[in-house]
Write a protein that binds this ligand. Sequence first.
Ligand code: SF4
Length: 193
Amino acid sequence: MLTTAAGAELLVCQFPQALVFEGLTAGLTVASSPMGCLDMAVSKRYAGIIIYFPARKIRARGALIELCADLTTLALTRATPKCVSLDCRHRALFLRLQEAGIENVEIRLPAKVVDPWKMWAGLMAHESSLRIDLHLSRLCPFLRYRPISDQSELVTCGAYSNRMVLGGSRLREVCQAETYLSCEFYMNPRRTQ
Ligand code: SF4
């Protein structure tokens, strides 16, 4: 495992809320806003960049995508390994992150305690559980999201004209699992939107 003992330095960005770190904090440079993260990212070369973001903060998603797009295009950070840690799986957000050049995402428990070095070790080991394309392959392409407030949205089925609201075990065990491939609506969409 690559840790501070090996001299690695990580840039950790967390917004719009702060998390508590467990494990070693030496070697971590922490930014609490996208602008702060960008400033620090271009001030020196880091071994890795990790971004913690609460996926349900709908309004802040634009800033996250912009930050990721900047980090994947700037000369100093383009090749730096990056990972975005989210507290839930969200197909539409994954797609936007992928378009912004992000290849790795971690899905963490909604707990507020995180260990950036542990995630870093997974990133360095090229763990498949972090690959955004694999996450996307396990989420039904008919998942649709409709915001109903700043922090919540309805998840509906695009193969059923968005008239079916998804949640509970169907969402977890069918729509957000490879079993979506055998879902009756996926196989025979009534009307897609
Ligand atoms: S109900 Fe079926 S088609 Fe609709 S989103 Fe879920 S898995 Fe996909």
